[in-house]
Ligand binder design. Structure first.
Ligand code: SF4
Length: 702
């Protein structure tokens, strides 16, 4: 086979790699011969020749031993999943859609998508829901990822796009403040850009309750209590004001609303913020001085700042800080969100969200509805209105007024959703569950029909990385016999349901339709073609015409608000939705580890990754463990108001005394999301994954 340039199947950095013929010998740490040879690409700016352990072993995902290659179906609830023919599986799904729709209306059938789907699949999943099923009940797992940052950026700048410019701009920064991101583990090649900045004299400031691998490389680490980031950002802005570091000229020229923010942050005097957050005042002051020493600094947030019941306001507080220092809208500076999932950016632009149509258009907007309906060849009145957000949708499954059937694409909510035992109950309350996946994930294992899908290197499409750069994912090998692509599955179901419009299974044709649907919208892809991406190595959106150069830095001249100014929005600290008390005296925060990705459905099956990170654990400070009688390596029961998990104790002084940490990648009794709090942000509907109250007890050895 010839070498195929493509991108990693996992995170939003979308590292470039070349897939070549089978290795001559097993690579380091591998027991089995991988199907393809992975070579990192030097020409891709995001990774510049680097890959992490997940990327190096990504070809092994194509040869996992329990790969699904035939549809599975239950004869009835409680019966085992049995192999069946594609036509039988698809006919049964279509029959169930009709039966439940006739009995309960269009919203009886729901769709749940994924932030790892290509742009083409995300678009087609949304279109399928709106005009083949005519359901409003569609959302996706990206709601659990970056929705708070998306909402905060939208209301501050008028347009939600991950980084404010090409990733290589970071190397020239005076300083980067990263709040709530452990990039040294989640996307290690990102650290190349940070290292380049530090080598040139820039400063790296990390905000995290844990001294993570990323924090250990920082020039300054602020270690606030979980749930207090908003107070910290307001306190830093207070210090910027009292030290005369705000950029008054910029504020007057490019923003609105600062007076109200100034009034609010006046009350965040340093000693008060230190009491709330636990961060010493000198550290806060030093962080502000580092950020303000030039005008080429970045304030970046990731899940740690965003996955809160006040996540939108927390991100807003960091945006306010960035605006006060005059950073957004300047070349080589600004605020940015580090998207997590592989297509976390594109996945939210093309219609998978409950309230959006393709092109990042609001589903309530009559002009947007008319435009998209025209592309789809239907009357705008046919399009449903907004539906439920992800957790609300999952919580309504099987309820009297909720969906009776769910079709899942590229998602594993049994592991990734908060309060996941309740989600399992709701899935089991459905009349019919369909999962399209390439392995029997924990969620697919509960389905009535499982459809085996192609995976990353077996199909073509586009992904939009954390920079807002649209990239080509290329097919390197054919899918195994018996497997179909998501686009083929959607087209086959749409035909069976007599859906109006065209239903191509060809990614290039679907992309052309996506371009037309996005034209004129905030996320305008109409000028981007596969040929341009090939030629230019990627194109930044918005790109409204074939001769438009794309938009690497969208806010240099004006923000995307009606008056062109960025909006300051005053926000107040209220704390976490659930506080500690005598019964649940310890804060739990959750996150990720280097060798696993999201729900682990993929990476737990790749042997080197499973060996590197084989089981869940809880990080506990030795002082706290000593008080509780917990030894390093012992089993611990962690209990919250929603459930209990049993995991291995890992003692470390790199976490606060009052906080414990659990990664969420595993299923079973060590599942972190058995514990997490589904309190939702009022704007983004993001659950509060990052903090809840727990108690810990040693589990007596039997
Ligand atoms: Fe893949 Fe992300 Fe690792 Fe790059 S950093 S190799 S995109 S998982």
């Amino acid at each position: 086979m010839t070498d195929t340039p493509t991108h990693c199947p996992y995170c939003a950095l979308q590292c470039g790699m070349t897939l070549g013929g089978a290795s001559a010998a097993p690579g380091p740490g591998r027991r089995r011969r991988p199907a393809l040879r992975v070579t990192p690409r030097e020409d891709v700016p995001a990774n510049q020749g680097g890959l992490c352990q997940k990327g190096w072993t990504s070809a092994e995902l194509l040869t996992v031993p329990d790969r699904l290659t035939t549809p599975l179906m239950r004869a009835r609830r409680g019966a085992p999943l049995e192999p069946c023919a594609w036509d039988r599986a698809l006919d049964r799904i279509a029959a169930e859609v009709r039966r439940l729709r006739d009995a309960h209306g269009h919203d009886a059938v729901a769709v749940f998508g994924g932030g790892g789907l290509t742009n083409e699949k995300a678009y087609q999943v949304g279109k399928f829901a709106r005009i083949a099923l005519r359901t409003s009940q569609i959302d996706y797992n990206g709601r659990f990822c970056m929705s708070s940052a998306a909402a905060a950026v939208g209301r501050a700048f008028g347009l939600d796009r991950g980084l404010p410019g090409p990733i290589t701009d970071l190397a020239r920064a005076d300083a980067i403040l990263l709040a709530g991101g452990n990039v040294a583990e989640t996307m290690p090649p990102f650290m190349r850009h940070v290292s380049a900045m530090r080598s040139a004299g820039g400063a790296f400031v990390v905000v995290d309750p844990r001294r993570t691998a990323t924090a250990r490389q920082a020039d300054l680490h602020l270690q606030p209590a979980p749930g207090t980031d908003l107070a910290l950002a307001n306190g830093m802005l207070h210090l910027a004001l009292t030290e005369g570091l705000v950029d008054e000229e910029y504020i007057a020229a490019r923003t609105s609303g600062f007076a109200a923010v100034r009034t609010v942050v006046n009350a965040y005097w340093p000693a008060r913020v230190e009491r709330i957050t636990g961060v010493p005042v000198p550290h806060m002051r030093e962080a502000v001085r580092l950020l303000a020493r030039g005008r080429r600094s970045y304030v970046l947030t990731a899940r740690g700042a965003e996955q809160h019941a006040r996540g939108v306001d927390t991100v807003t507080a960091f945006i306010n800080l960035a605006l006060a220092l005059g950073l957004p809208g300047r070349e080589g500076a600004g605020y940015g969100c580090l998207t997590g999932q592989g297509n976390g950016q594109g996945g939210r632009e093309h219609g998978q969200k409950a309230d959006q149509l393709p092109g990042y258009r609001g589903i309530d907007d009559p002009a947007a509805r008319a435009h998209v309906a025209g592309v789809w060849g239907v009357d705008p009145a046919v399009l449903p209105g907004p539906g439920r957000s992800a957790y609300e949708l999952l919580s309504a499954l099987g309820a009297a007024d909720g969906p009776k059937m769910l079709l899942l694409f590229g998602s594993n909510p049994v592991v990734s959703a908060p309060r996941s035992a309740a989600v399992e109950e709701r899935l089991d309350a459905l009349d019919f569950l369909v999962a399209a996946d390439f392995v029997l994930s924990e969620t697919a294992a509960r389905a009535d029909v499982v459809l085996p899908t192609a995976q990353w290197a077996e199909e073509s499409g586009t992904m939009t990385n954390l920079e807002g750069r649209v990239l080509r994912r290329r097919r390197a090998v054919p899918p195994p016999p018996g497997v179909r692509t998501d686009l083929e599955i959607i087209a086959a179901l749409a035909r069976r349901l007599d859906a109006p419009g065209a239903w191509s299974a060809d990614p290039a044709e679907v992309f052309d339709e996506l371009r037309a649907a996005s034209a004129g919208g905030p996320a305008d892809y109409s000028g981007i073609t596969y040929e341009r991406i090939e030629r230019e190595g990627g194109v930044f959106w918005p790109c409204p015409s074939p001769d438009h150069p794309g938009t690497p830095r969208p806010f240099l001249d004006r923000f995307a608000t009606p008056d062109g100014r960025a909006r300051f929005i005053p926000v107040e600290h209220t704390g976490a939705a659930e506080d500690v008390d005598a019964e649940y005296p310890v804060r739990l925060t959750t996150g990720r580890v280097l060798a696993q990705y999201q729900s682990g459905a993929q990476t737990r099956r790749v042997r080197p990754l499973a060996e590197a990170a084989p089981e869940p654990f809880v990080e506990i400070h030795p002082d706290l463990a000593g008080r509780l009688g917990i030894d390093d390596g012992a089993d611990v029961r962690v209990t919250s108001r929603r459930g209990a998990a049993t995991v291995r104790a890992r003692l470390t002084d790199e976490i606060r005394h009052d906080t414990v940490f659990m990664p969420f990648h595993w299923a079973g009794e060590g599942r972190a999301n058995l514990l997490t709090n589904p309190a939702l942000d009022p704007v983004s509907r993001m659950p509060e994954f990052k903090v809840c109250a727990v108690r810990l007890e040693p589990v007596a050895a039997s």
